[in-house]
Design a protein around this ligand. Structure first.
Ligand SMILES: [Cu+2]
Length: 120
């Protein structure tokens, strides 16, 4: 077996791993909703004055939650809900499929915390 034929399959495997890893980095959440289906229950949580407003929200599993950064500063949403960075004005909508207490934080501003209570 030549050296060339050994290297080639390994490169392909490395390439596939790189695609997988970069896919994970680029999409912080697999629950992001691009288009809002008609008739969906949707809640809005604003990032304003370094707070999540409201910072405690009750939802029903299956509801959509739209996070909106109304601040002039960048924030993020990490924790039980991972949505990554939000530039000023940016919004992301996520579907809450699981039940229970879901807590999240902005890791850039340690005082920014929020909780979702998701019920059946
Ligand atoms: Cu923040």
């Amino acid at each position: 077996m030549s050296l060339k034929s050994l290297i080639k399959p390994n490169l392909i495997i490395i390439f596939i791993i790189l695609i997988f890893v970069s896919g994970c980095i680029n999409s912080p959440s697999d629950k992001l909703v691009e288009e809002i289906p008609e008739g969906s229950a949707i809640h809005e949580i604003e990032m304003r004055d370094f707070k999540f407003v409201p910072n405690n929200l009750e939802v029903t599993a299956g509801d959509l939650v739209k996070f909106v950064n109304s601040d002039r500063y960048t924030h993020n949403v990490e924790g039980d809900i991972n949505l990554g960075l939000f530039a000023p004005g940016e919004f992301k909508t996520v579907k809450i499929s699981e039940t229970g207490e879901l807590s999240y934080t902005c890791t850039l501003h340690s005082n920014m915390n929020g909780e979702l209570n998701s019920k059946l």
